[in-house]
Design a protein around this ligand. Structure first.
Ligand SMILES: *Cc1c(COP(=O)(O)O)cnc(C)c1O
Length: 463
């Protein structure tokens, strides 16, 4: 049963997904586009990103392939930074929430745009340090940090965002010199997003319960090595409503007035991340500029009401910064048509390079990179190659007629794709290339079969 009326899609093509060329409103907000800002169709009717022909990239670097557009990533970084500078009269700092895609090149690009980096583990922290990001621009998150992770952060002069009592007590015990901490508090703000990516409601594993604030602040004030410079809250991810993020500054400022009663030297308030991005035509997130404006105005208003000086304002976008900058290119292979039911087209990757559909029922859009202007005439289900019936990338994708060997591009795969990738079924992880102005550079090598068995040990008696 094809769910999309075939006459309705006849006159549509892959062109519909190109970024808007209407520049009267200035540069578009990347999180409102399906394809990276540099996407074009070239004279061979092929999709081009960063001036590179996608089909040629696949021939050169193999398949599947993550293709990261530097222009889109840098534009998103600048839009965040510039909007804070424009709408917030105090100091501000944007941190890239690197769990969305933490690797050397992405950390280096974000840092080169003046962003700090938020990391959630020793591995992410190590990567950011290796990328040359100074420790004082790194913020370590996590609800169960190990002693080794805390020590690595302290050694490198990072700020630790303390999540819970055990961590607070551990830090009080191990610090012999003052260490910079922030306190993560659950703001008690509900928002409409998938249950697994909602973190702000009271029943969340993250952060201190706001009903225990007095005890937390009293404890910190009694430990001079805990130099508490800020408060933090994060309400969730892929959020399209603007109200939750406009409510958050008021909640943080209320917590701040309480902290001042304990003489805590707080200068920073961090509103977390969570702005959504467009994965399908029906997704309509606010622009980066609108989102920042709403947060800044709410913060200024809340501080005026409480007659407090403006704190340094931090935010931590992940998905909306990196998500729209990348696409994944696959090669189409086998197919199976079940009459009156559906056609499956298989790609050479799947849940190992993009676990979001199977984990969160996430919906994506795809184009055939080498047939961008061909009419969309079929509705198919794009299946991964893993041994799981649930390994479906896209249900009911509308595509032109295809042949095995065509290059399928799934859009909006920059966030929580590579960073969540696995070797399930022992598939080597794909390569990633950074494209810009006609140049493509490898930023993550494709794994080999040797990589796949690199950590295997075969006891001698088994040989
Ligand atoms: C995941 C996370 C972010 C980033 O969220 P996005 O929705 O990707 O912007 C920011 N801060 C914290 C604490 C997070 O856990």
């Amino acid at each position: 049963m094809l769910s999309i009326d075939s006459t309705a899609v006849q006159n549509q093509t892959g062109q519909q997904y190109l970024p808007s060329t209407d520049h009267t409103q200035g540069v578009r907000s990347p999180n409102q586009e399906l394809l990276p800002l540099s996407a074009k169709i070239n004279s061979h009717d092929c999709l081009e990103i960063g001036g590179c022909d996608v089909k040629t990239l696949v021939e050169q670097f193999g398949s599947p392939l993550y293709i990261l557009d530097e222009e889109t990533l840098r534009t998103a970084c600048r839009q965040y930074r510039d909007a804070f500078a424009q709408y917030y009269p105090g100091e501000s700092l944007v941190l890239y929430a690197s769990k969305a895609w933490n690797c050397l090149a992405v950390c280096a690009i974000a840092a080169s745009e003046g962003l700090g980096i938020d990391v959630v583990s020793g591995g992410e922290l190590y990567t950011a340090l290796q990328a040359g990001v100074p420790g004082n621009k790194l913020y370590l998150h996590g609800n169960n940090k190990s002693i080794a992770e805390l020590a690595l952060a302290i050694e490198n002069n990072c700020t630790i965002v303390v999540d819970n009592w055990l961590e607070l007590e551990t830090l009080a015990n191990i610090a012999d010199e003052p260490i910079r901490i922030m306190l993560r508090l659950t703001p008690g703000i509900e928002c409409h997003t998938h249950e697994y990516i909602r973190t702000g409601h009271l029943d969340s594993k993250f952060g201190f319960d706001p009903n225990t604030l007095d005890e937390v602040f009293a404890f910190v004030s009694q430990h001079p090595t805990l130099n508490c410079i800020g408060l933090h809250a994060h309400i969730g991810s892929q959020i399209f409503e603007s109200q939750p993020h406009k409510d958050l500054p008021g909640v943080l400022v209320d917590y701040l007035t309480k902290a001042y009663r304990y003489d805590l030297p707080i200068q920073e308030l961090n509103v977390g991340g969570g702005l959504g991005m467009r994965y399908t035509e029906s997704d309509d997130p606010p622009s980066i500029d609108e989102w920042v404006k709403g947060v800044c105005e709410a913060m200024v208003k809340a501080c005026e009401e409480q007659q407090l000086p403006l704190p340094r304002l931090l935010s931590e976008p992940g998905r909306s910064l990196i998500g729209p900058a990348c696409v994944t290119a696959y090669t189409l292979g086998s197919y199976k048509t079940i009459p009156e039911i559906r056609t499956y087209l298989a790609v050479d990757g799947g849940m190992s390079d993009n676990p979001r559909p199977i984990t969160y029922q996430s919906v994506y859009r795809a184009v055939v990179a080498n047939r961008m202007s061909a009419p969309l005439t079929q509705t198919v289900t794009l299946a991964g190659k893993h041994c799981e019936s649930g390994d479906i990338l896209i249900k009911n994708a509308t595509l032109p007629e295809t042949e095995p060997g065509d290059v399928l591009v799934v859009m909006g795969t920059g966030a929580y794709n590579y960073s969540m990738a696995s070797n399930y079924n022992r598939l080597p992880r794909p390569a990633a290339v950074l494209v810009n102005a006609g140049e493509a550079e490898l930023i993550l090598e494709r794994e080999t079969y040797q990589d796949v068995i690199r950590l295997d040990r075969l006891p001698k008696r088994l040989v």
